[in-house]
Design a protein around this ligand. Structure first.
Ligand code: SIN
Length: 344
């Protein structure tokens, strides 16, 4: 197949290096263990951004770097305040004439959620690229340095403009909407099931094989400026009860995403409890716990009759991000929510 867009990394400003902001948030890419042979027992988010950059001397010939330490966390502890702050910082940097692209270093555990959220809320056509690592910075064969080099290379590339938020991992370029972590330990932990990667980066070369069709960034009505309502996730499984759903409704949540079995099918107890939640004004989105494929509207459950929205190809964690943003944007009617899930 012919590539649809290809560009060397140094193509933005003839005669000078592209200027890339690197925003560090922590994660295993910034992790350290006492022993180089340890790849599981380490502390995430302890190596500062300057040390991360110093470990990759090749960056000096790719971009002029502006570095900021936005947070130093294990991404399992990420909260909505950091999402607000990160999105606001990206928008502010992207508005500057002296910044050509932005890289965010992140933990792998919630990377897919942050990437999709940013894909929907930041308002720039400049490249925004997330990267991470499966092995701590102190490990033998740490993957962080090469992932960081790849991410900065993509953020420097003209071909990455207007492609929404991207994730660069293990030489591949993925769309934020498609990617998910699929292994607890493998270096090639991220996959874009069903659709595959958008392209690849290697040795300074960036090549896209396709573009994405769904609207993103400036083409969405979503923003990081609004307050986000509480949306939680429940699951359906053998022997499940309705206890968690009833507790969430009593707590006043605005939305519930259910990770159903198979094509988003629901245990009878869960289906009844969620239908009642809808009657209490809670938005209910039906996703699947399977990990790939999509949830058909009116497929495994009568969505129209029960007032449910189907998540399509979004996994439960990404469906929760979209439901939160859509409710914050005033989309409360079920048909409007379904349109949002069909669109974004
Ligand atoms: C984290 O998500 O912050 C820790 C795990 C990782 O980055 O792989």
């Amino acid at each position: 197949m012919n590539p649809i867009a290809t560009a060397p990394s140094h193509s933005i400003s003839a005669g000078m290096l592209p200027r890339v902001a690197v925003l560090a948030t922590g994660g295993t890419i910034a992790g350290s263990a006492p022993d180089a042979a340890q790849t599981a027992g380490y502390q995430a988010g302890v190596v500062g951004v300057d040390a991360l950059l110093a470990a990759v001397p090749a960056l000096a010939s790719v971009a002029s770097i502006h570095a900021e330490q936005v947070a130093s966390i294990d991404s399992k502890d990420l909260d909505l305040a950091l999402w607000h702050a990160l999105a606001a910082r990206i928008d502010a940097l992207a508005a500057r004439d002296d910044i050509d692209g932005i890289v965010v270093t992140h933990g792998t555990d919630t990377l897919e959620e942050t990437a999709y959220l940013l894909h929907l809320v930041v308002k720039t056509a400049k490249p925004v690229v997330l990267t991470a690592a499966m092995r701590p910075a102190s490990a033998l064969s740490a993957d962080g340095p090469l992932n960081l080099l790849g991410a900065v290379t993509v953020a420097s590339a003209h071909a990455a403009h207007g492609q929404g938020v991207l994730v660069v991992f293990n030489n591949r370029i993925h769309c934020a909407r498609d990617i998910a972590k699929t292994s607890t330990y493998a270096v090639d932990a991220f996959q874009s099931h069903e659709v595959g990667a958008l392209g690849w980066v290697q040795d300074g070369r960036v090549e896209f094989q396709r573009t994405i069709v769904r609207p993103h960034t400036a083409a969405t009505p979503f923003s990081a400026g609004s307050a986000w309502p509480v949306v939680e996730i429940v699951s359906s499984y053998a022997g499940v009860s309705r206890i968690a759903i009833d507790a969430l409704v009593a707590a006043g949540v605005r939305g519930i995403v259910v990770a159903g079995t198979g094509n988003g099918s629901l245990h009878a107890a869960v289906q009844v409890a969620l239908a009642e939640a809808v009657q209490h004004g809670v938005a209910v989105v039906r996703a699947s716990r399977v990990g790939s494929g999509h949830v058909m509207h009116n497929g495994a459950a009568p969505d129209d009759a029960l007032g449910f929205v189907s998540a399509g190809s979004l996994n439960p964690y990404k469906a929760r991000v979209l439901l939160m943003l859509a409710l914050a944007a005033g989309m409360t009617e079920r048909a409007v929510l379904q349109l949002a899930f069909d669109t974004y």
